[in-house]
Design a binder for this molecule. Structure first.
Ligand SMILES: [Zn+2]
Length: 274
């Protein structure tokens, strides 16, 4: 399948699917409690939700960058499909000069690494949201976090060993002409989305602010156990969906299927095509 880029401002944006993640319904939680969660699960009627795992490539006048990397080879043979797909579009490890991470979870960052733990991208600087670097870089905090939410500490450690001084702490605001980092905290403390300014409409790569479009669009209070702060996650999700609908932004995400737009629906929101 040919991967078509979307042009936003001075950039061409590609989305690459790295594999599918099976989110079991036991991973769900609901801000209104167990009963609300159980009825959402009942309405869904299946035992799991299959989620795309995505990363993005951005080609611009200053070169090639990625937003996230997929899981690389760390999550077994059902992942790692983004690498050959990127190569087919001319994004080789050598041509990538920057990787913007949305947050420090394995499905977004393990593609930074070779099997032996060395850097997969020999020429890239790695930009990491500052609050994720501070949090997941602090090993003492590991024990304070439930087991299902600890993956980021291991990712931070491995990334540090592979990239060292090529890791840079990223704050909210402009990064390059036409690209800005937008804080989307909750899923992790520092999660950032990336907003690209277009002539007609902007694009927001909303990271994991919206995980499970099939369920959370209609019910934004529904979350996954991987959300470090469920209350903040839901607030971020709702605010992001409202803004995306209001401004007709094109959206892409770590676990959405391709690009689309957000509209208000009778209950909550829905995602439409472009
Ligand atoms: Zn994710």
């Amino acid at each position: 399948m040919k991967n078509e880029a979307l042009q936003i401002g001075r950039y061409d944006i590609f989305v690459f699917n790295d594999g599918l993640f099976e989110a079991k319904v036991e991973y769900l939680h609901h801000l209104d409690g167990a009963d609300a969660c159980a009825s959402a699960v009942e309405r869904w009627g299946k035992t799991s939700v299959m989620l795309d795992v995505n990363c993005f490539a951005i080609r611009g006048p200053d070169g090639d960058m990625l937003v996230d990397t997929g899981a690389g080879t760390a999550w077994g043979p059902s992942f790692g499909h983004a690498r050959p797909a990127m190569e087919a579009c001319g994004f080789t490890p050598e041509t990538i000069t920057g990787v913007l991470l949305t947050h420090l979870h394995g499905d977004h960052a393990y593609g930074l690494l070779n099997d032996d733990g060395t850097a997969f991208f020999p020429n890239a600087d790695i930009l990491v949201p500052h609050a994720d670097l501070a949090f997941f870089g602090n090993a003492a905090l590991r024990e304070t976090v439930p087991e299902a939410r600890r993956g980021g500490f291991i990712v931070a450690d491995k990334m540090q060993q592979a990239y060292g001084s090529r890791i840079h702490s990223l704050s909210a605001g402009p990064i390059l002409e036409g690209i800005e980092a937008v804080p989307l905290p909750g899923h992790t403390p520092g999660q950032m989305g990336y907003r690209l300014h277009g002539e007609e409409h902007d694009m927001l790569i909303l990271a994991d602010a919206l995980h499970i479009a099939a369920l959370q669009l209609a019910d934004p209070k529904l979350g996954l156990v991987f959300d470090l702060d469920p209350v903040q996650s839901a607030a971020t999700r709702l605010a992001t969906l409202e803004q995306a609908a209001q401004h007709r932004w094109i959206v892409g995400g770590g676990h959405l299927h391709g690009f689309g737009r957000i509209e208000r629906a009778q209950t909550g929101f829905r995602m439409t095509g472009l």
